[in-house]
Design a protein around this ligand. Structure first.
Ligand code: SF4
Ligand code: FES
Length: 266
């Protein structure tokens, strides 16, 4: 039995997947193709796409890996909203015709496969790791549950890129850092073990940085992992507002063993 239909039981309905097709190396404009897919209880949109690939059109391209909402590979716009294809039950959409588009605000590699280079570049730009002044840690950096609570939600990000796809500022400003990277900047700056605020300041306080967010909230509406990037960005603005005078008054960054994280001291 084919992969898409294996183990799901009887077919309960047929839906049409209306999928955007585009090969930028061969075509100047995208087109839409419609595929009829037999649906069984439990089938996801990704299963439907795999059915199309196996039975109707093997040239359809999509990206996926874990098929369990962990790897962040299968983000696409399904029925008008950014979702993970492997986590979207076809029957729960309650539609006979389901439109499937690649995520927005990215270049397209082919069909439903976006080029996520921009997302990863922005992520890297905010130094998404613990920055410490000590060159050689001598012991484990301890943290209380309350300290972890400050950033806990933001550790759930799986880098799927749905938030950047939905963000109107990212649509208008190609160089905008975007909700994923800014929320991760807050995640690390608010970590009691991190002392890298001033190393991140230039990129955050740039014309493509945190102040470009107009708080539309679209990022948080679409995040499939329940992260609230819009909240992270507003909290980041608060941290910057409380600490940014250091940059403009040319006061040297506080250094030394007594230094605490910016969030703790603000
Ligand atoms: S914040 Fe949510 S939507 Fe954005 S990349 Fe992370 S998991 Fe995906
Ligand atoms: S395939 Fe991994 S999140 Fe969907």
């Amino acid at each position: 039995m084919d992969v898409a239909l294996k183990g799901f039981g009887e077919v309960v309905k047929t839906v049409t997947l209306r999928v955007r097709r585009y090969d930028p190396e061969k075509e100047s404009l995208p087109t839409y193709m419609e595929y009829k897919v037999p649906v069984q209880k439990g089938m996801t949109v990704l299963d439907g796409i795999l059915y199309v690939k196996e039975h109707i059109d093997p040239s359809l391209s999509a990206r996926y890996s874990c098929r369990m909402g962990i790897c962040g590979s299968c983000g696409m716009i399904i029925d008008g909203k950014e979702r993970l294809a492997c986590q979207t039950q076809i029957l729960e959409l309650k539609k006979d015709l389901i439109k499937v588009d690649p995520m927005g605000n990215y270049k397209i590699v082919k069909d439903l496969v976006p080029d996520l280079s921009k997302l990863f570049r922005n992520h890297e730009a905010v130094k998404p790791y613990i920055v410490r002044e000590e060159e050689k840690p001598t012991a484990e950096y301890l943290q209380t549950p309350e300290q972890r609570e400050k950033y806990g939600m933001f550790t759930d990000c799986i880098l799927c890129g749905a938030c950047l796809s939905a963000c109107p500022t990212s649509a208008a400003d190609e160089l905008y850092l975007g909700p994923q990277a800014l929320a991760q900047a807050f995640r690390y700056i608010s970590d009691s073990r991190d002392t890298g605020f001033y190393e991140r300041l230039n990129v955050l306080d740039s014309k493509h940085g945190v102040w470009r967010c107009h708080f539309s909230g679209a990022c948080s509406e679409v995040c499939p992992k329940g992260v609230d990037p819009a909240l992270g960005i507003q909290l980041l603005k608060e941290v910057l507002t409380k600490n940014i005078f250091v940059k403009y008054k040319q006061v040297p960054s506080p250094v030394g063993p007594e230094r605490k994280s910016v969030v703790e001291t603000s």
